[in-house]
Design a protein around this ligand. Structure first.
Ligand SMILES: [Zn+2]
Length: 248
């Protein structure tokens, strides 16, 4: 996205249109097409969730800047806190790629071969409303194979202790997938860890940008009779001046 601001806005509008009717995993993939236009949909869907979120954070920085400002409700008294941090504070350096065939975890007498979660896994549990069932399906889905004393066992027969180990491995191997911000309430001093979900945060910002842009297009098209594509192709400063002239 090193082209003009007009071209960037037009591209983001396409992304917004693509993601508007999709569930959240589909929105993440739509946003990724703006972050990595050269990659195929299959390549984007196969990125680990941490890698996906790192690319979305990078895209957000390019479009909206490094500062992230949001609101969080205190988990104890409900007080609303303004939270401010920078995107670089929550960017974790990409870990070196693991073996393509997966990582082997040992929990005697079990041995499991695991892989990282990706967007296809999240799409696969989108219908699951119960959190424990969704967690279980995700964790068992990233087990490639499992054995007990050297004999192959079905993933469904792995005990909870082994699944806890898989969950710990996922958190350590793909830390960008679960970003938490430490907060403390000024009213009641409660401290907690707040999850930061880049997908929904960035989507809300893109949604607001798209609506503002379309409103501007509506005003200019109404005033001058210009076509949407011509208005979107304009640079931001030029469009601003015309909007000011329409106001006067
Ligand atoms: Zn509080």
């Amino acid at each position: 996205m090193s082209t003009s601001t007009g071209a960037v806005t037009a591209r983001l509008l396409d992304v917004w249109e693509l993601g508007a009717t999709r569930p959240v995993t589909g929105r993440a993939l739509a946003l990724l097409t703006a972050a990595r236009p050269e990659a195929s949909p299959a390549e984007l869907a196969a990125l680990s969730i941490g890698r996906r979120d790192a690319l979305l954070l990078e895209l957000r920085t390019r479009v909206f800047g490094d500062r992230v400002v949001g609101l969080a409700g205190c988990t104890s008294c409900g007080e609303l806190l303004e939270v401010e941090f920078s995107g670089s504070d929550i960017t974790i350096a990409e870990p070196p790629p693991g073996p393509a065939e997966g990582c082997v975890l040992r929990a005697e007498p079990y041995e499991v071969r695991v892989r990282l979660l990706d967007s296809r896994d999240l799409a696969g549990i989108a219908h699951e409303s119960a959190v424990p069932a969704a967690r279980d399906a995700l964790l068992r889905g990233c087990v490639l194979s499992a054995s007990l004393d050297g004999r192959e066992v079905p993933t469904s027969q792995l005990p909870d202790g082994v699944m806890d180990l898989v969950e710990q491995w996922l958190a350590a191997a793909d830390p960008q997938a679960d970003i938490r911000i430490s907060l403390r309430c000024p009213a009641c001093a409660t401290a907690w860890q707040q999850s930061f979900d880049i997908v929904s945060f960035l989507w809300a910002e893109i949604d607001a940008l798209a609506r503002r842009t379309l409103y501007d297009v509506h005003r200019l098209a109404t005033a001058y009779g210009w076509r949407e594509s011509d208005i979107l192709a304009m640079s931001e400063p030029r469009r601003r001046v015309y909007l000011e002239l329409v106001e006067t």
